[in-house]
Write a protein of this length. Structure first.
Length: 255
């Protein structure tokens, strides 16, 4: 993970336990985000409405207004104000049924306490791939982590042949252009095996063309399709389309 990979991203941490908040702030500090702290659910609602953070890290068991109720209020206000943050639940309850309840209640991901700094940053990075494209314009550039294309990887795969990279990327951009028209009907019809076949082919193409992030998103989506993970399929498709669009736009600039 590169340093400052979350620069220009705003994150709200809501937890009534100061030790938990201090740990999260420490874990995220070196990655460069703007961090907003809330000590309870009511404060989380007010701060979310005021600052509209990109990511919310929400403790579930808080007094008076718990994390579920707070997120519901934030989503309720956001639906009227064109605001929809990505939210990660933080809970000491690691049961599978708790995970399903949280995801069904509007959270985009969850982490079991105690949370490791590495898992926290990884979960945030995962969610960033499914966010509105405008967020990419606000993020720090130059690190290479959030760029859709990695020229060095592409050249390495092509044994140093820039002509081959150009040829492969020309083919890939045409493939990506047809993705929504091919996959949207299959997704709506629940034909997940057919979708999985398309994604399987694209994983290798993304690797050869130097699109490592898209390749990884595609692997995760492919796994969810094979396992018939309903939440993973829905969120995975959104992330895949977002990642594919980013790579497509970058390819248009270089091919």
């Amino acid at each position: 993970m590169v340093k400052n990979s979350l620069e220009n991203i705003s994150i709200l941490i809501a937890d009534d336990n100061e030790i938990n908040r201090r740990f999260v702030v420490h874990a995220l500090h070196s990655h460069g985000p703007e961090i907003i702290e809330a000590e309870n659910g009511a404060e989380a609602i007010l701060l979310a409405n005021e600052f509209q953070p990109d990511i919310i890290l929400m403790d579930i068991h808080m007094p008076e207004i718990n994390g579920l109720e707070a997120l519901h209020k934030i989503h309720e206000w956001g639906s009227k104000n064109n605001y929809r943050p990505q939210a990660i639940a933080l809970t000491a309850d690691a049961r599978e049924e708790e995970r399903e309840r949280l995801l069904a209640s509007g959270f985009d991901d969850w982490l079991s306490k105690p949370v490791s700094g590495r898992n926290l940053v990884a979960a945030i990075n995962n969610l960033l791939t499914s966010m509105d494209p405008s967020i990419w314009d606000r993020m720090a550039t130059g690190t290479g982590y959030y760029k859709g294309l990695d020229d060095e990887q592409a050249l390495s795969a092509a044994h140093g042949s820039s002509d081959l990279v150009k040829t492969l990327r020309g083919i890939f951009v045409r493939e990506l252009a047809g993705i929504p028209k091919q996959l949207d009907p299959l997704m709506m019809a629940g034909q997940y095996d057919e979708v999985a076949e398309h994604i399987h082919k694209l994983i290798a193409s993304a690797g050869y063309c130097g699109a490592p992030r898209l390749a990884e998103i595609s692997r995760q989506f492919h796994s969810a399709l094979r396992e018939r993970d309903r939440h993973g399929i829905a969120s995975g498709y959104a992330r895949f389309i977002q990642g594919a669009a980013m790579v497509y736009n970058e390819l248009l600039e270089v091919t």
